[in-house]
Design a protein around this ligand. Structure first.
Ligand code: NAD
Length: 352
């Protein structure tokens, strides 16, 4: 029997499929945006050029280059640019960093966001924003920052290097795993998370079987496009599970590590997730079993660790540059007992 529960889902429009970048201009028009500011990550310049041309008179300006964890000075400069060009819409093409910058603008100005994600971080599906100042990251939830439309085009992700891909998939899997045990977790977030985990693990395994593109000219195989589609679909579901379930100990710990010691976001998730899972997953045995089935493993924590290792994602914080003293310092700062988790994550111990 399904137990009583409360679930909040967030309103957004999703346009999904290879080649959907071409639909961005029409989607912007549908939103009623008259002056669109384009934000593009370094790797998305070509996609941004195409979008800029297709927008014609709706194009108002462009910001190239973004930084992880949205440093306040970058956010302030982006807000100033949005005011200067009188933007009423922001198109963010890139990973969580580009989308995060668009959210920083929407937090203080009346703009609608259209997101074109090129990683699997999932920020496009959430009303969560983050900003980093003086070595400390502040996050919050505000409906104004939720993208109104999300365009998922797997073709834009074909050049994402395998190591960045795998770490980003680990980030998305962290949303899935945590969405089964947070206070707001419910049957909808759990089912969404399980489906997301399956798409992500299948997509990553398919991709690992494909040779990495040697150059930008090589034509992608149908299997590669299929795998990339699976990964983006998984990221979409994982992001929406995170949006509704909220964050728990895993994300809070990763935000502390990322904001305070400037660690790379996705890789930090990969190092911490198996260790948090080892401790927390036994509290939710049924969801744990469903996730294990989705991932094709008989133990969630070691299954995640082994998947990340097979994909060459670093599974220790030490490898990301965190010192042992910083790991101890982080454990002392965190409101809760995470010393064992951090000790193991720092060393990269297999979570048996
Ligand atoms: P990112 O956006 O910095 O991208 C990672 C790297 O991949 C960058 O070097 C980027 O240039 C490159 N890249 C991106 N797309 C590419 C592509 N298609 N081809 C080649 N290279 C590409 O990192 P991320 O992991 O996507 O996002 C991390 C940020 O997002 C963090 O600041 C994190 O806090 C935030 N985030 C927020 C939420 C939320 O709900 N608010 C959720 C997840 C992540």
């Amino acid at each position: 029997m399904t137990k009583p529960f409360v679930h909040t889902s967030y309103p957004s429009r999703v346009v999904f499929g290879p080649g959907t970048l071409e639909q961005v201009a029409a989607e912007v028009e549908l939103l009623g945006v008259r002056r669109a500011l384009v934000i593009a990550t370094g790797s998305a310049q070509h996609a941004a050029d195409e979008t800029q041309a297709a927008l014609k008179e709706l194009f108002a300006g462009r910001i190239d280059g973004v930084r992880q964890h949205v440093p306040t000075e970058i956010a302030e400069a982006a807000r100033a640019k949005a005011r200067e060009v009188d933007a009423d819409g922001v198109i963010a093409i890139g990973g969580g960093s580009a989308i995060g910058l668009a959210k920083a603008i929407a937090l203080t100005a009346d703009v609608q966001i259209l997101a074109v994600p090129t990683t699997y971080a999932g920020s496009e599906m959430t009303p969560v924003w983050g900003e980093t100042s003086g070595g400390s990251k502040t996050t919050g939830t505000d409906l104004r920052v939720l993208p109104k439309t999300v365009v998922y085009d797997p073709l834009l992700t074909l050049q994402l290097p395998l190591n960045v891909t795998a770490a980003s998939v680990a980030n998305a899997l962290a949303h899935c795993v945590e969405a089964v045990w947070t206070e707001k977790a419910n049957p909808i977030t759990k089912t969404t998370a399980v489906e997301a985990a399956k798409a992500l693990a299948d997509g990553l395994r398919e991709l690992l079987r494909e040779p990495e593109p040697a150059n930008q000219q090589r034509l992608p195989s149908p299997a590669e496009i299929g795998a990339r589609g699976n990964l983006l679909f998984g990221a979409c579901l994982a992001g929406s599970a995170l949006a509704s379930a909220g964050t728990g100990v895993h994300h809070k710990l990763c935000h502390l590590l990322g904001g305070t010691y400037n660690l790379p976001h996705a890789e930090t998730h990969a190092a911490v997730l198996p260790q948090v899972t080892r401790v927390k997953a036994p509290e939710v045995p049924r969801a744990k079993a469903r996730l294990e089935e989705a991932l094709g493993t008989d133990d969630l924590a070691t299954g995640l660790f082994d998947l990340f290792t097979a994909a060459n994602v670093p599974t220790s914080l030490q490898a990301l540059g965190l010192t042992k003293e910083q790991a101890k310092d982080a454990a002392a700062r965190f409101p809760g007992d995470v010393e064992e988790i951090l000790t193991r994550a720092w060393a990269g111990t297999r979570p048996e």
